[in-house]
Design a protein around this ligand. Structure first.
Ligand code: GTP
Ligand code: SPV
Ligand code: MN
Length: 605
């Protein structure tokens, strides 16, 4: 079975070439006309977002070889997509912020001057859709009617992208209604070209509310509502307008008495957001009446409510694009249910009966399957059957633990913000910042070992401030200042915490069981946020004392907990030196508050 090529010449759904649309807004029409003149598609298809349309697109995709229909008894409505093997993760080195001055993009972003950016991509788009269909995809990021909701229109020649946008966003006629006659929409132009890394660019023009992406069909590079709009463009808008776009999950925790607490958490790519957002508490907690519900698993838009002075948040997305490897009925049953029907699997292995498999799905591998590249695979093949960054795409409504307020235009009130990275050493399981400013410093100095979610080396510690390093759409200096200034709008601020589920012993075994057991840490976080759990003051922040973390029923020794929570002053001094790597880049732009925080930390050590 060959991998799916760039869309074939006949990539066109059963629907008519230009099907009837609601009266399209004149600014949209004008812009679509310009892009049609540039890209020269054979057909134009306006997506309406209906279920019938989704089915027709899947059918077309199967005929074109873009999708393989999976076993419909086991996985109703599910399809497999194999990407080009050179196109399996975000390409951070090919991602650009295009602004008039480099200072607007800052030291952590790749920058191209605006006009030069357009000039670079224009010839690539010229005639790029000849022989192909252009899909016009109107979409809304955020609950319909929310003051923060943003409309985007994506033009793409990828059927896979069109269907995925339908699962990940509020897509279709609903977006035309939300837009009305306004010309305020993000102009998202996308072509896979020949899926060639040498002709791959993901360019953002924040001043023009425009995104141009070529040469990739992969999620974060190609589903332009997600990282490109909802993080890079939105973070830029938020900085100007006084709100925040963050790489965070958002979960609700209902306590036995009915008290509801919402917690947001920023972990870098492939570091546990989806899993934490869908956490199922251990039996003991369930029996007591604890319940965890998901508002979002990847992106949060936050603002300060003027009346209450408290932080509120929405999830701008309407679906999940989640990591598959390591996911199973034990680690994340809610994700398994969410991908159990009406979902797309990308780059997993195919079993002989039309079911799917990946590393970590079952203890024993299958005797035989077809790997993510379409080759025959057996356990002794010496390679992975599923790509380490293989993903599922599923609508949020598929999640059995969806929060009742997930679609509420007014959002939910955030009581705690959690930062966390993937750190095999040095960083303890959990601690709390002394105050907002200290918490911002913890987020800003966060480090994490790199993962397969981006191309490049895996397992190297890099600084990933607020898990936003690849997603800040403007100067990181101004981003840090924005975080600090947001505090002034709040009467009562969310408490800030730092966690690390990934600390290992000398033999490389995880010290903490993670997944559902993270409930025990969450419980302490919730209690601290409501001002009712004990803690001891340490060099790093407030930490649970022995006995403050509930370990009942866990097969974990006190020595193991000590190892998890220990802070070695010498190791931490090295950590501070490695934080300098980012701070030196910022040089004279480093906020003085961070210098003070660092001095205080060194003094405590
Ligand atoms: P993105 O979608 O890339 O932003 O990733 P994410 O932050 O949502 O990460 P996700 O929850 O998908 O987890 C990524 C990987 O980490 C998966 O292989 C998980 O099985 C694993 N993982 C998640 N939570 C834990 C945990 O608590 N402990 C351990 N050991 N692994 C975990
Ligand atoms: C991530 O890499 O953080 C993801 C997947 O959530 S992508 O949408 O491709 O960015
Ligand atoms: Mn992510």
């Amino acid at each position: 079975m060959p991998v799916s090529p760039a869309p074939s010449k006949s990539a066109r759904p059963a629907a008519p070439a230009v099907h009837a649309t609601p009266v399209v807004n004149p600014s949209v029409r004008k812009w679509v006309d310009e892009c049609v003149d540039l890209c020269k598609p054979d057909d134009i298809y306006y997506c309406n977002g209906s279920i019938e349309e989704r089915e027709a697109l899947f059918d077309q995709g199967v005929r074109d070889g873009v999708f393989i229909k999976l076993n419909q008894q086991k996985l109703p409505g599910c399809y497999l997509h194999r990407s080009n093997p050179n196109d399996v993760a975000r390409s951070e080195h090919l991602t650009f912020i295009c602004t008039p001055s480099q200072d607007m993009a800052g030291v952590t972003n790749n920058w191209i001057e605006t006009k030069a950016g357009y000039a670079k991509l224009l010839p690539l788009f010229d005639g790029s859709m000849r022989g192909r269909t252009m899909y016009v995809i109107p979409f809304v990021m955020g609950p319909i009617g929310s003051p923060l909701a943003k409309v985007g229109v994506q033009l793409t020649d990828s059927l896979y992208v069109a269907v995925s946008m339908g699962l990940m966003t509020r897509m279709g006629d609903v977006a035309w209604r939300q837009l009305g006659q306004s010309d305020e929409f993000t102009r998202c132009l996308h072509s896979v070209l020949d899926v060639n890394p040498d002709r791959r660019y993901v360019c953002h023009f924040p001043l023009d509310n425009t995104i141009w992406s070529v040469g990739s069909g992969y999620g974060g590079n190609a589903l332009l509502g997600k990282k490109c709009l909802a993080l890079r463009i939105a973070s830029f808008l938020g900085q100007q307008q006084g709100w925040m776009a963050e790489h965070m999950l958002l979960m609700g925790a209902t306590a036995p008495g009915g008290e509801k607490t919402y917690v947001a958490a920023a972990f870098p790519s492939a570091c546990g957001k989806t899993n934490f957002a869908m956490l199922i508490p251990p039996k003991k907690y369930r029996d007591q009446g604890w319940k965890i519900t998901t508002v979002g698993d990847d992106i949060v838009w936050m603002w300060v409510d003027e009346k209450s002075g408290r932080v509120r948040a929405i999830n701008p997305e309407a679906g999940y694009f989640g990591v598959v490897p390591g996911t199973n009925e034990r680690t994340n049953p809610n994700a398994m249910a969410a991908m159990g029907h009406d979902a797309i699997y990308t780059n997993v292995a195919l079993l002989p009966d039309g079911d799917v498999w990946w590393e970590g799905k079952t203890k024993a591998p299958p005797a035989e399957c077809v790997d993510w590249t379409g080759q025959k695979w057996t356990p002794d093949s010496g390679r992975k059957a599923a790509h380490p960054n293989s993903r599922f795409t599923a609508p949020a409504r598929n999640n059995p633990a969806i929060d009742p307020a997930w679609d509420d235009p007014n959002g939910v009130e955030v009581a705690a913000i959690v930062f966390g990275g993937r750190r095999s050493r040095t960083v303890p399981l959990v601690y709390q910042a002394f105050n907002w400013l200290h918490g911002v410093y913890l987020g800003a100095t966060m480090g994490s070992e790199t993962t397969a979610a981006a191309t490049g080396a895996v397992g190297v510690v890099r600084r990933d401030p607020m898990a936003m390093l690849p997603f800040i759409g403007y100067n990181i200096r101004d981003y840090f200042v924005h975080w600090m200034r947001m505090r002034r709008r709040m009467t009562d601020c969310p408490r800030i915490f730092h966690v690390n589920w990934f600390r290992q012993d000398a033999d490389g075994n995880y010290l903490w069981p993670g997944f559902g057991e993270n409930m025990r840490v969450l419980k302490w976080i919730i209690d601290r946020s409501h001002g009712r759990a004990y803690a001891k003051e340490t060099m790093l922040g407030w930490m649970p004392k022995a006995g403050d973390l509930d370990l009942e029923g866990l097969d974990i020794s006190p020595a193991q907990i000590d190892a998890l929570q220990s802070v070695d002053a010498n190791e931490f001094k090295a950590e501070i030196l490695s934080q300098e790597e980012l701070f030196l880049k910022l040089a004279g732009d480093l906020p003085k508050e961070f210098v003070f925080q660092r001095e205080l930390l060194i003094a405590r050590l």
